[in-house]
Each structure stands twice: as structure tokens, then as C-alpha cells.
Design a binder for this molecule. Structure first.
Ligand SMILES: [Ca+2]
Ligand SMILES: [Ca+2]
Ligand SMILES: [Ca+2]
Length: 174
């Protein structure tokens, strides 16, 4: 029996979104490839094509279940995500089959994983977050005596900074 058909995924490219606060061990669903051939030429496994960093972050988990015994595949999050370090990952999942003569006619799907931001960073003032300024006693009213700047590593509304002023200490030097 000659192999005549490619293993096929429903789409060539898929996109997933996952929160950067996702727990290690979380499983992300992937589409299952189908193979028009039968027997030893059916889909028997999946393998990951990715660089070392991606491969250390995600791992394929295969299971065979359901009434038809089809082999399903999921992506397991292997280590904590941090959107501020990596906001997306790209990898390829290749469907393997029973024919050991090579992968030239295997099907594949390219997966893009976007890491969704959570508000896990506080605003930081430039410098050490401590400012000192000396002003003359006859300073004119409404004179600008200090400018401060703060930034936040998060994204979108999570990086917006709101400032207020409070008096924490007032010393009068005689
Ligand atoms: Ca983070
Ligand atoms: Ca923030
Ligand atoms: Ca964040």
C-alpha cells in the first residue's frame, strides 16, 4: 500500500492567546490533523519545530481517546510566561505518520501564541524615586520647581500612570 495523502491540519496557521499569568502545566488546545489514508499510514504522532527558547516554554502533549481513538495534541505551558520579556512565540507542529520513509509529505501548522498582558508591574519613577529640590524663600508663585517622570512596563491600560501629591514631611529650618 503506497502512501498517497498528506496529513492535513484544518488550517495552515493558527493564533492562540494566553495570559502571562497562566499556570505552568496549563494545556492549550491545538487542531488535530487528519490523514485520508488508513492503517499504518494514519497520523501516529506530532513533533514540535521551534527554537530552543520556545521548546523550553511549550511542550506537545499527545493523548489517544474518544470513540474513534484519534490522537489529539495539546501544548503544555512548561514555564512561567512574562509578556514584558516575550510578548509572542512562534512554533510549528508537524503531524507524523506511520511511514518511516521521511517527513516530506507530512502536514504542519504554524502556531503563533500571543501573550496577553496582566497588570503585574508598578510604575517606577526615574532615578531612585527620590527627588530633592532647594528653593529660595522669595520664589514667585506658580514657579515650576521640579519635574518627575514615571513609567510602567505593562501594556495598554496597565501601563497608564496616575500621580497624586501628598505631604509626608514638612520641616522648617531655623
Ligand atoms: Ca510580567
Ligand atoms: Ca502596571
Ligand atoms: Ca504585564
Amino acid at each position: 500500500m503506497a502512501r498517497t495523502s498528506r496529513d492535513r491540519f484544518p488550517d495552515d496557521v493558527i493564533s492562540l492567546s494566553v495570559s502571562e499569568s497562566v499556570s505552568v502545566g496549563t494545556l492549550l488546545p491545538l487542531p488535530t490533523a487528519t490523514d485520508p489514508d488508513h492503517g499504518r499510514f494514519s497520523v501516529t504522532g506530532y513533533r514540535l519545530q521551534a527554537d530552543a527558547d520556545v521548546a523550553a516554554t511549550f511542550e506537545l502533549v499527545m493523548s489517544r481517546g474518544g470513540g474513534d481513538g484519534a490522537l489529539s495534541v495539546q501544548l503544555e505551558v512548561r514555564r512561567a510566561l512574562d509578556r514584558e520579556l516575550h510578548d509572542h512565540y512562534s512554533l510549528r507542529v508537524v503531524a507524523a505518520h506511520g511511514d518511516a520513509r521521511g517527513a516530506s509529505n507530512s502536514g504542519s501548522v504554524d502556531v503563533r501564541i500571543d501573550v496577553v498582558d496582566v497588570n503585574d508591574n508598578r510604575p517606577r519613577f526615574e532615578g531612585e524615586g527620590r527627588y530633592e529640590v532647594t528653593v529660595p524663600e522669595n520664589l514667585a508663585r506658580h514657579t515650576t520647581i521640579l519635574r518627575v517622570q514615571a513609567s510602567d512596563d505593562d501594556d495598554g491600560p496597565n501601563e497608564q500612570v496616575r500621580m497624586c501629591v501628598s505631604t509626608i514631611e514638612c520641616r522648617c529650618l531655623l
